[in-house]
Ligand binder design. Sequence first.
Ligand code: B12
Ligand code: SF4
Length: 559
Amino acid sequence: MKILLYNPDNGVTRNFMPHLWMFLLQALTPPGHEVLLIDGNARAMDEEELASFVRDEKIDLVGIGAMTRMIARAYRMADAVRAAGVPVVMGGPHVTEVPDEALGRDGGPRHADAVALGEADETWPLIVADAARGQLRDVYEPERDAKGLDRKPNLQPYPLIRWETLDLDQFSLVPKVFRPLMSRLGRGWGTFHVVPIETGRGCPYGCEFCTVTGFFGDSIRFRSNESVVDELLRLKARARRERGQIAVFFIDDNLAINTKRTKSLLRDIIAAGAQLPWVAQISANLLRDEELVDLIAESGGQWIFIGMESIDPANMADVNKNFSKPGEYSAVLQRLARRHIYAITSFIFGMDNDTVGIAERTLGEIHSWPPGLPVFGQLTPFPATPLYDRLAKAGRLTRPTHWMDFAPFWMAHTPLKMTIEEARRETDSAWRTSYSPERNARAIDSIREAPFRYRVSHLVSRLFFRGIYFPQTTRWAWVRVMFGNRRLIFSLAKEGLVTLRTSRGEKRSRALIKKEADEQGQSAFHVNAHRIPDDSLRARNINSSVTEPILSRRTRSNR
Ligand code: B12
Ligand code: SF4
């Protein structure tokens, strides 16, 4: 069979990263089938385009996965595929939580021929076999254990995702026109991929608004360190081969949930030289550990996503997230910033104790912390969460099936101390203030002592992150963003040119020195020590493995 795995876009933002489930199911597909992947975020298609693609490519089965937020779009795409005569199987969190909707058993139209409930690692091969025989069942679910609970895949062994050979073209963040030029820059930027890797599944915390504990369970399953390290090494080799860059998003809900295991994994990554720049989600309470933060820095950690949710402890208690203490957020962020690690700090507005002015109060706190990338959402009752059940029981849901008429940043229930419109305005104001050109400039200025590359990475991330809220999917939108931030961009570009010229000059003089030394049969260090005065090296902030010994030798000979 020819199988297409498709992930719809959400119509608002483009994801910077492909979805892991597609690569995972591709790797778990039994031999003898061809699997194509399309992520609507990277390759935009409407219903008719997808149906034509399916017809032209003679696809036999389409698998669609979606979160609640994209489900209405996913259903429309599924309808178009089924109208083209091709069966559709749907999976992922939403259909697991509300399977009757996709199957038309709730009185609505049917959108899928089959649904896969829960983790599909073990059911996917069965689905493929049944589809090949033309005998798809309506529902596929994991086997149950003696207690009647889903039997979860234990992730050991973990499927081999062949990142080194997969076609990742649609997922590169570098526009095609810039690739030839960018591949010549520094260590090469011809392609830039953010690749999702999981090292474990499950979360014991059970926050009220979250679907993870219900979906993946409260006990955690880990991959072996070796399989994670092997995946990183293969990615690293690919980046080198392509003269591109690869960063990793460890998508575990809490990478440090078992600190001892996390430290052992990070040590193994370091020992194997498998470091790639990485991002991960870690809760603030686990970042008290200095040794852990040291290992994060040494293993390539650059950004940590922290679900801070609220600066109000009463709100945290309401949503069962008391383990995360707003009072220690500042210390945690400083601990990270000392190692040039910054945080994506995520907040939820519209909690029951929030009142008008919550944006200003939250921003007041944020501005007293090291700079980061704040993101603001609203409390959303996802189906099958304790939050959904509580609000439904209390008759507080204003749009009980909010996903069918998805409206970004428009709450589906009324908070206790403000209106839905007020919550929207607070959210809008928080985004506007946080990503204004003035705020961007202040953020970069506050880390002026940090090396150049950290400041550039911070600015680029800021410009991308504002796109989560402000539509930024067209070229024109980008031109406006760049224009708004032109002073900052110009001053960093100028500094970049100077740095580049200096380092090229250094490279040339080192080559010259080496040549002379080779000719004279002397050590490069001796010649160098006569040539470059210490001060000039220091003034240029040169700190490479070549110049370090030069300086120390020089100092020794001066004694
Ligand atoms: C990474 C991630 C993201 C990434 C983007 C997704 C990406 N490109 O990977 C980022 C950070 C951008 C993100 C953003 C958001 N996310 Co998110 N995200 C995750 C996270 C942490 C990991 C996803 C993952 O890869 N999991 C591992 C894979 C293996 O699991 P899986 O996707 O569920 O797939 C398995 C099964 O579901 C099934 N399956 C899935 N699809 C299909 C399809 C078929 C055909 C079949 C057969 C099976 C199948 O098979 C897989 C293997 O078992 C999950 C939490 C989690 N642990 O899953 C939240 C999660 C998916 N996100 C969630 C939410 C709410 C969001 C946001 C809406 C948050 C916000 N308020 O803005 C945004 C929306 C993004 C958007 N584009 O609009 C919720 C979704 C809940 C729901 N019911 O929809 C989750 C579950 C977290 C939570 N707290 O509840 N997210
Ligand atoms: S929000 Fe994070 S910590 Fe809380 S249950 Fe979900 S995954 Fe676990």
